[in-house]
Unconditional design. Structure first.
Length: 306
């Protein structure tokens, strides 16, 4: 997608100024082009992509079945430019039968307050955030036994992994009826690894919490490098404490162990996605040293965009 060079330069400068941890803004995405102009004649551009999922696609766990994602390029025009592009998107969607299982999505740097104002005005909510963490001093924790999980732990691990979506279904994406079916294959593969990045926290021989992680290398031209600074990262995919045991320190003890293991394995930093609207995770992960880098703003259904 070709975008005017002055606008693209202003877009990159905006990212660099808003958060020093952001990687350089990537080249424009491919998709349908939306154009608008500010009151002083400055052109702003958006790229619109549509993604449709089938019931058996794993992203259905957190995504609407029909997603319209806007990639805005409004440079230094701030709230006005973001507002104009969202208005253009609303006009574009008026010609579509978007359905109930649909969404409008914008993924944007978390610290850009001018853009946030426009997102809120158009009915988008911060449904997910990518949080990053650097090393921090250890803290006092309860006595909990933590071990790596293996293939024999599959049933226990799957039950815990499902519990995440039982809860997030109340405050974020609705829980899918085939959640276990979608989670199972990746979890089984992870447990079969020679050094699985799945850990269980136990007390008196009973499992209390699970952490499922992975390695991610943010190499040049990789998808990860569009969101993260270069290097090897530890990705915290899913962490859950058994319902009824939350608040007892099991999650904190588990993650203290997991962070040590990930850093020992070569990850200088770790990242994860969490729901800002989730009253548990939004507090827990900030206390663990994570802070938002990117926020996914969303409105469901897509026709509800204001």
């Amino acid at each position: 997608m070709d975008i005017a060079e002055p606008l693209l330069a202003a877009h990159r400068a905006r990212f660099a100024a808003v958060d020093p941890l952001l990687p350089p803004a990537p080249p424009p995405a491919d998709g349908e082009r939306l154009d608008a102009a500010t009151a002083d004649g400055t052109q702003v551009t958006g790229v619109l992509q549509r993604q449709r999922l089938a019931p058996g696609d794993v992203p259905m766990l957190w995504s609407a079945a029909d997603t319209w994602q806007l990639f805005p390029y409004f440079g230094d025009t701030g709230t006005e430019g973001a507002d104009l592009l969202l208005r253009a998107l609303k006009g574009r969607l008026e010609a579509e039968d978007t359905g109930e299982d649909s969404a409008c999505v914008v993924v944007w740097p978390s610290r850009d307050a001018e853009a946030i104002r426009a997102f809120l005005d158009h009915g988008l909510v911060p449904l997910s955030a990518l949080g990053v963490r650097t090393a921090r001093p250890p803290e006092a924790l309860p006595e909990v036994s933590v071990r790596r999980a293996g293939p024999d732990d599959y049933d226990t691990a799957l039950k815990l992994a499902e519990a995440t979506f039982d809860y997030t279904g109340l405050v974020a994406a609705p829980r899918r009826a085939n959640t276990a079916e979608l989670l199972g294959p990746a979890l089984r593969r992870a447990l079969a690894e020679a050094e699985p990045l799945v850990w269980l926290a136990e007390e008196d021989g009973e499992t209390r919490a699970l952490a499922h992680c992975a390695w991610v290398d943010a190499k040049p031209d990789s998808e990860a490098a569009e969101l993260l600074p270069p290097g090897r990262w530890g990705y915290v995919n899913n962490v859950v404490t058994l319902p009824g045991e939350r608040g007892g320190g099991f999650g904190r003890a588990l993650m203290a162990h997991v962070h040590r293991e990930l850093h020992r394995g070569g990850a200088n930093r770790t990242y994860l996605y969490y729901n800002p609207t989730n009253p548990l995770s939004s507090v827990f992960w900030h206390r663990q040293g994570y802070r938002p880098l990117w926020t996914t703003w969303e409105v469901r259904p897509a026709a509800a965009l204001r």
